[in-house]
Design a binder for this molecule. Structure first.
Ligand code: NDP
Length: 296
């Protein structure tokens, strides 16, 4: 293996440490405790794990965590009423509605009912527009985490060729906006892209957010490229025992790590950065709400 491993677990611990320091200062200097409200509708097992983990890490950072677990049959009116109440609650600085929502709820309507300044996921249409026009916004957590890892690894990203594989609203598109803001030359690839291998081969930076296990092989990569693997795919792992599974990314780690200059592992790469950035966004929201200089 030649590639350097980008340790997202260690980096996220550093970010969480910085968040905890800011929280201590906000409490001591301003009597403020940043608060994050997480709303979960239904019993999706993966969502339950994420929500538990978010709550735990919020409290570990010294912040207030408000969990709202609603029945899968909750009506849109009841969900919107809860969001309304959280929008006006001064103890709540960040609101996150865990996605996906049950089919009978209109995801766009629900997300756009969150007050943009409390939208710590950065999915509200106002924040999407602010990011796209280079204005101060709430930045989606997963792409923000990827950007932090890239800046830490490469320093200045200006002029680098970046290929983002995937064009979802939660990862691909905001990732491309952030790379563009850092003056990369950005290509967004998707399922209709022709000769994806050739597109990827021109990239100094590859961000894979496809949702297909081990989709990007090493021989697509430019030697020395920096590879950020956003994918989280669970595969059966009978070799670990009956019913056991293992996590893999959207990049074939074994072959890619022979060619790339640096690569994020799965697990332990992008995943832990997402919650760290959620905590950081909540501190930022708290500072902005109170006219206090926000962390850089
Ligand atoms: P989506 O399913 O919303 O988007 C996947 C994208 O990949 C689409 O734009 C799709 O193209 C594209 N795609 C699918 N097949 C191909 C193909 N054969 N060639 C090229 N492009 C293709 O996924 P998400 O963006 O929500 O998530 C992507 C991955 O990241 C998933 O594995 C998810 O679990 C993971 N994830 C990880 C997070 C973390 O914290 N680490 C957070 C969020 C997601 P098209 O638009 O044309 O259909």
């Amino acid at each position: 293996m030649t590639a350097q491993i980008i340790d997202g677990k260690a980096f996220s611990a550093k970010v969480r440490g910085q968040v905890a320091e800011h929280v201590t200062r906000l409490k001591a200097d301003h009597g403020l405790t940043p608060g994050l409200a997480v709303v979960l509708v239904g019993e999706d097992p993966a969502s339950q794990v994420y929500v538990r983990s978010k709550g735990k890490q919020t409290i570990e950072a010294g912040m207030a965590s408000f969990e709202h677990k609603l029945d899968a049959s909750t009506s849109e009116a009841d969900l919107l009423a809860l969001i309304d109440q959280l929008n006006t609650d001064p103890a709540v600085h960040g609101i996150l509605v865990q996605l996906p929502l049950p089919d009978h709820l209109d995801e766009a309507l629900v997300i756009n009912s969150i007050a943009p300044e409390k939208d710590v996921d950065g999915f509200h249409i106002s924040n999407v527009g602010l990011l796209a026009t280079g204005q101060k916004s709430m930045v989606p957590c997963t792409p923000l985490g990827c950007l932090m890892l890239l800046r830490d690894q490469l320093g200045n990203l200006s002029g680098l060729n970046a290929v983002v594989i995937g064009r979802s609203n939660i990862v691909g598109k905001p990732m491309a906006q952030l790379l563009l803001r850092d003056s990369c030359t950005v290509t967004i690839a998707h399922s209709r892209t022709k000769d994806l291998a050739a597109v990827v081969r021109g990239a100094d930076i590859v961000v894979a957010a496809v949702g297909r296990p081990e989709f990007v092989p090493g021989d697509w990569l430019k030697p020395g490229a920096t590879v950020i693997d956003v994918g989280i795919n669970r595969l059966d792992a009978p070799e670990k025992g009956e019913g056991k599974t293992r996590l893999v990314g959207d990049v074939d780690f074994a072959s890619a790590s022979e060619v790339a200059g640096a690569i994020t592992p799965v697990p332990g790469g992008v995943g832990p950065m997402t919650i760290a950035c959620l905590l950081a966004n909540t501190v930022t929201a708290c500072c902005r709400a109170n006219g206090i200089a926000e962390p850089e």
